[in-house]
Each structure stands twice: as C-alpha cells, then as structure tokens.
Design a protein around this ligand. Structure first.
Ligand SMILES: [Zn+2]
Length: 414
C-alpha cells in the first residue's frame, strides 16, 4: 500500500527496469480521504497502466470498442479505466488473435487500464441454452452451435490472453429475483470457483483478479460469502448479484452490508450500477468503482444525461433550441453543438448518437470527479443535498429507498 502514487508514474512508464517492475504489486490502494459522516472515501488506485482516482465510473466496451465513441475521445474525456467484454472477445475475434495483438490494450490501442468480466454473466443472460455444473457453464456457441464449456480456468485463460489490468472471477450467476436453495448453491460454488480462478491465474504479477461477493438478497448468505472470500488473498472485491431488477430497498441493504465487511485497504467494485442517484448513494455506502451500459445505451435512444435528469433530444421542443445539451458541461458535444442541431441530426444520421454518447460519458465522469472533490474537501453530505435538489423538482419525489439509505449513513435530506 505504501508509495502508491510514486509507483503509479513508474508502472506506466514504458521500458522501465524489470527488477523494479517485479517489485511492484499490480495494484495499490491509497485512501486519500474519508467522509467523516458517511462511509464514502476517495482513493488513489494504482493499476499497471495508470493511476485511477476513485470513486470511479467505468464505461463499458463490448467488442474492443465502446459503442459510439473512439478510444481517443475516451482518453480526451479523462477516462482512466474502461471495461472489455470477455464473452464477446473470447468468441470473436478470439483470445489467440488478441494475444498476438499485444492483448486487448494493443488490439484497441488503449493505453490506460482495462477491466474484463469473466464472460459468465453474458452467457447466462444472452445464451438460452446454458447449463451450470460444478465444472463450469456449458453453452452452445451462437456462432457455430458447438458446445463450449466456460470453466473458471478457461475464463482466466481468456482474460490472461486479453491482458486486462483487472480480471473478474467466474461466478455462478443467479438472477437477483431468484430465492431459495439455488442462491445458496450458487454462493458456495462461487467461492469454490474463486479458488480455481486464483490457481489458474498465470499473470498474478501483472493482472489483478477480483472476487465477486454473491448471496442474493439473503443477509446470512452474503455474510458467509464475505467471511470466506475476504480470507482469500485477492487484490480487490466486487459486489455481485445485484442490479438485476430486485427491490431497491433490498439492493441498498445488501450493498451496505457488503461494504461493512470488506477490508478498508482493498477496492470495492459495485457491478452494474450507473444511474446518477444510485452512484451517489452507493458512494455514500462505501463503494469505489462502478460500471453500467446505461449511459451509452440510453444515448443511442437520444437520451442525454443532465444534472436535472435527462433530456430527450428527439422531442419537438428542442427543434429550435440553440442552447447546448447542458450549458455547464465541458464536453466536445456541448461546446460545439446545439440541441436544435442534434435534434435535426438524429433524424438522418447516426452521428447524433455519437455526440450524445460522448456527452453522457462526460457527464458520468464529471459527476464522479465532483463526488470525489467533495469527499476530499470534507463536504460530501452537502454535495448530496444539492445534487438531490437539482435532480428532483420537489422533496416528495425523492425515492424512498435513497432517503432511507442516506439516513443509514447519517445524511438527512431536508
Ligand atoms: Zn456535454
């Protein structure tokens, strides 16, 4: 944990001394500030390709590119880490080809950090014919119909070929709306698969493997999983199995239970969370990292994220509106284009989607930078109150779960 910031510069410099590189852990976390009221914290997370300032939102790429945005634009927005999708990349173009291109970094020409998922989630959600056994997840390839087994070893082998800075363990994914013995079985299996993933990692000196806490919406099971997994020597933890359509009241209680039991000195990644309210509340509950397809997906439908909610560019009212999407936003889209232009462009050209995607990612990254600044400056509770006031026209419209979750960490909304 010591000397995280100094290591950051060295680790990202090309051609540095191998002995020095060996001595570096592929991950270091330095807690820069902790909110005296909530569980929020601001950290410097040093990863092999660059340092990451947390709390952080990580945009999601699919086949080595983010839909609607180029790698240069992403770099220009100050993105320090984004996601690559193991399932898609593992199927096509395949891990061998990507390994030849110097991993996913070389393939995408992305110089900063990458996080890859295990591939399991896509399999269960996209492939109808999948079957989970102790060995792994069996499924039929949607490309050629061949039967494929994604085992913990296979997932790590693909992720080793991709060369991501953070790899995720293969876990046994159960929908958060499922209850009963299947949830317990999946939780125990995820622990066994974690051990197999740890043993399979050939690059532990340069690729970090994160465990994924499971246990559904059952506090007892979550605790068992937390107790077991935190005994493993992994560089970071994800909170999984949430954001799948469960009640928000169950969601935040599982999040806060998890952060209560996760070690302070390791990063905490809440998977699949990207709505602005959820991000701010879950930072208050102690999470550091987030990802979600929402900001890029919603952009493709013409929905631009703004501090007062969202703006539907396609709506008639913007046809003659010469303001930018958000007058306060510093992104390229807002500096160059009006709502009227984007409205007109949307009718004929996919370029409108690209412009809104750029804006939406800029919005997410800038929101997290503001959150971090307020934590460092010791005024995060005030930030939350201002944020909520701006997002909701009146106090009655605050979501009850967010009010309760924030009250649990001593923030009352007037
Ligand atoms: Zn903008």
């Amino acid at each position: 944990m010591a000397a995280a910031t100094e290591c950051g510069a060295d680790a990202s410099a090309p051609g540095n001394d191998m002995s020095l590189r060996k001595a570096l852990s592929p991950l270091a976390l330095r807690v820069v500030a902790e909110c005296p009221v909530t569980k929020a914290r601001a950290c410097d997370l040093t990863l092999p390709h660059c340092a990451v300032s947390t709390p952080v939102f990580m945009p999601v790429g699919t086949q080595g590119t983010l839909k609607g945005i180029t790698v240069d634009q992403l770099e220009g927005l100050g993105c320090q880490i984004c996601l690559g999708n193991t399932y898609h990349l593992g199927m096509r173009p395949g891990p061998d080809l990507i390994e030849k291109a110097n991993g996913l970094h070389g393939f995408m020409n992305w110089k900063r950090n990458l996080l890859t998922d295990s591939g399991g989630f896509q399999m269960v959600s996209l492939v109808e014919l999948s079957e989970v056994t102790e060995e792994g997840v069996k499924f039929k390839s949607p490309y050629d119909g061949k039967e494929i087994l994604l085992s913990p070893e296979k997932s790590i082998s693909i992720q080793n070929s991709l060369g991501s800075d953070i790899m995720m363990q293969l876990d046994d994914v159960v929908s958060s709306t499922v209850s009963g013995p299947r949830v317990e079985e999946a939780m125990h299996r995820s622990i066994r698969w974690l051990d197999r993933c740890i043993a399979a990692n050939k690059n532990s000196d340069k690729q970090n493997l994160f465990a994924i806490i499971q246990g559904g919406l059952n506090a007892e099971l979550r605790k068992v999983c937390l107790d077991e997994m935190t005994q493993r020597d992994v560089p970071g933890f994800a909170i999984g199995g949430l954001s799948g359509g469960e009640e928000k009241n169950d969601f935040w209680r599982m999040v806060t239970l998890s952060t209560d039991h996760l070690p302070r000195e390791k990063p905490r990644y809440l998977m699949g969370v990207g709505y602005a309210v959820d991000l701010v509340v879950c930072v208050a509950l102690g999470c550091d990292m987030f990802d979600c397809v929402f900001p890029t997906r919603t952009a493709r439908f013409g929905s631009a994220l703004v501090p007062w909610g969202s703006l539907q560019v396609k709506q008639k009212q913007y046809a003659k509106d010469f303001q930018p999407i958000d007058p306060e936003c510093q992104c390229h889209t807002c500096k160059k284009h009006s709502r009227a232009y984007l409205h007109a462009l949307f009718k004929s050209d996919t370029a409108a989607m690209h412009h809104i995607t750029v804006h939406n990612i800029a919005y997410q990254l800038s929101l997290m930078r503001s959150v971090r600044r307020s934590i460092v400056e010791g005024c995060f509770p005030e930030f939350i109150r201002t944020f909520m006031k701006r997002l909701f026209p009146s106090r009655d419209l605050y979501p009850g779960w967010a009010v309760d979750a924030l009250a649990s960490v001593n923030v009352t909304l007037e």
